[in-house]
Ligand binder design. Sequence first.
Ligand SMILES: [Zn+2]
Length: 307
Amino acid sequence: MKKVLLLFVIGTSSLLFSQQVSKKRVIEVLSHLASDEMKGRDIGTPENDSAAVYIAKQFADNKLSYCIGDSYLIPFEYKGKIVYNVCGIKKGKSEKTLAFSAHFDHIGTSENTEDKVFNGADDNASGVTAIIGLADYFKTKKSDFSLMYIAFNGEEKGMKGSKAIVEIPDLQEQQQNIAALFNFEMIATVSQFGPNTLYMTGDEFSDLDELFNEKAVNNLKIQPDPYKKQQLFYRSDNVSFVKKKIIAHSLSTVDMTKAKHYHQLNDDLEIVDFDNLTQIINNFGKTIEKLTPKNFAPKYTDKVNFN
Ligand SMILES: [Zn+2]
């Protein structure tokens, strides 16, 4: 009897607290990208290439298809060097696609200090960890939407990667199938709205947040952008897709009025709230599972500037 009861308790609690993506896995991925060996993932460095290869390996482990050609690595030229975006896709029941993106490059190393590496744990190892986590989450699931995962390079040097990828001729058809792109940008800390929340840049430009929140699970919530004056909507990789009239917003948790780690050496593992990040990734996955091309077709309002 006791044994049965114990099994019941274990069974119930693991149901209640089951997470498809473990905190251990979130720590593993983020710590790898933000490690000193990555030397700040500056575009054009061997370490930036290593980060791209690492992301491609996670896509391969999750059995994603290539977005184009025969590799996840999509080359473009930067200052005479070949550098890479990384792109993978998981076919769903429909060709209609949800895209998840994050830039993986950061600002490299510093010359004159003891700690020489800009680890960029929040900016933006956190966002890349979210897209890898979502790919993990859907590894053995077939969603209604097809799911596209893109890690952009060169954001820190003027959004080079996202600008390059939207112009690739062989990707135009797939791009036209994107119902919405969620670009994760600095999500390592708890937002000013509390745990399990993100704010969305340009929330007034589309109904993506309203439609998402209607289906959101476990109190996950997308909040309006509290830092509108900073025009973040037009300052991150989502804008390359906005110019193509594709619904594309950035999601973040960073407090732009208080954060002391933006492009600083202390943007390191210590500032990451792994419980919150793990919770967000899993709740995001669970919510995406409920979205279908029928119940989720966000549209722009006439307030948005496409140029
Ligand atoms: Zn940055």
